[in-house]
Design a protein around this ligand. Structure first.
Ligand SMILES: Cc1cc2nc3c(=O)[nH]c(=O)nc-3n(C[C@H](O)[C@H](O)[C@H](O)COP(=O)(O)OP(=O)(O)OC[C@H]3O[C@@H](n4cnc5c(N)ncnc54)[C@H](O)[C@@H]3O)c2cc1C
Length: 143
């Protein structure tokens, strides 16, 4: 059944999916995020995590079991690349097409880095979790 598709599995996308289910929505819910992690909170990355008071895993909003337990289909590492409003489908970078009755765009925003010449290690303003789990603290920039 084509239910709700949420594009973007940040805090907003996660909360839409979770609230729909806990508030009684009975249709299918598909939460799609292009980052490879379970949905997580960004604020601790520049606070408790950065100061070493919180493990990176503690930023995760809910454990993996939350999603099947609440009948939410979570697709991580998948990017929505096209929306067909007439057919009510989204297409993923992997090529799969998913039908929706309602589509939520919760894709957030990205910072634009200043094109400053030179090379320096700066505090990364687009702080996100990274494969090294430390790359989100600083990033070496060079132009
Ligand atoms: C380091 C840091 C500290 C912060 N501290 C605070 C704070 O103290 N207090 C506060 O109020 N706010 C804080 N914020 C801001 C807060 O984290 C953001 O407002 C919040 O994350 C926004 O959530 P969002 O879900 O709207 O967007 P995002 O967090 O940007 O999530 C959107 C998600 O959608 C994904 N996405 C984008 N396009 C696609 C696509 N086509 N297909 C699939 N997925 C896609 C993105 O990769 C991302 O994972 C902080 C932010 C950062 C980075």
């Amino acid at each position: 059944m084509a239910g709700v598709v949420v594009a973007g599995a940040g805090q907003a996308g996660f909360q839409v999916a979770a609230s729909l289910r806990t508030d009684g929505y009975e249709g299918s819910i598909t939460l799609i995020g292009d980052e490879p992690w379970l949905p997580y909170q960004r604020p601790p990355l520049s606070k408790a995590f950065m100061t070493g008071k919180q493990d990176i895993e503690a930023t995760t909003l809910r454990p993996e079991t939350f999603y099947p337990d609440h009948h939410i289909d979570l697709l991580v590492g998948e990017r929505v690349v096209a929306i067909d409003r007439a057919q009510c489908t989204v297409t993923l970078a992997s090529g799969a097409a998913i039908s929706f009755e309602s589509l939520v765009l919760a894709t957030g925003a990205c910072n634009r880095l200043l094109p400053i010449k030179g090379e320096s290690v700066i505090c990364d303003p687009v702080t996100r979790r990274s494969p090294s789990q430390h790359g989100c603290r600083t990033r070496k920039m060079s132009w």
